[in-house]
Design a protein around this ligand. Sequence first.
Ligand SMILES: [Zn+2]
Length: 234
Amino acid sequence: MEELDILFQLQCIDLMLEANERKLREIMAPPPSAKATEEKLSLFQSKDQELRNLKRDIKDRELEIDSLSQKIKKLKNELYSGKGGVKELMDKQSDMEALTKNQKKLEDVLLELLEKAEVLESEVHEAREQWSRKEKEKEEDLARQAKEKAEIEEAIEKLKQERKSKADFLPVDLLNTYEKLRRSMMGRAVVEVKKDKCGGCQIQIASRKLSEIKKRNSIITCENCGRILYWKEG
Ligand SMILES: [Zn+2]
């Protein structure tokens, strides 16, 4: 019965189709490098923001020091001019000393901030490099995925055409029985008889039934699992 041969071939195609569709679902998931890229980007962004804040801080300190310098300069000029009473001059002198002390303190802070900025600057640079490396990796992975996807889709299309050409040879009721069995038997509705056993559930087949199967002129199912039993000729 050539129909059984065709049905068995059809099942092979269906199994390959399933495998390809599974593969397709798997490769549609984003590659691990996509998540890694997100992480590297977020690290870069946070470092970059930190640096921006620090630079703003530095700018503020510089302005503060600048304004102090101007005040000190003004006081110095007033002191050197010698105008005003002794008390006033002494007050100015002590003001100037306090401001100078303050300025020195601010300059120390500024120096620390500048050193911190230098370190942070190189960290930002490194984070940007790491991000861009991951981004490149991700792009490559995505391109590879797209290529693989196209290949699998092409294979699926070919298998579908092959399936149709096989199915056209089979009677509708046999196809329906096959489809129903396929759903309940995890895709394996037709099984080969090997060593006198059902290729699905491995039960021993009675000799009279076996000889019927070997005649290959009717559809015989396994009494245990219900699968269609197939005897391959030759
Ligand atoms: Zn069986």
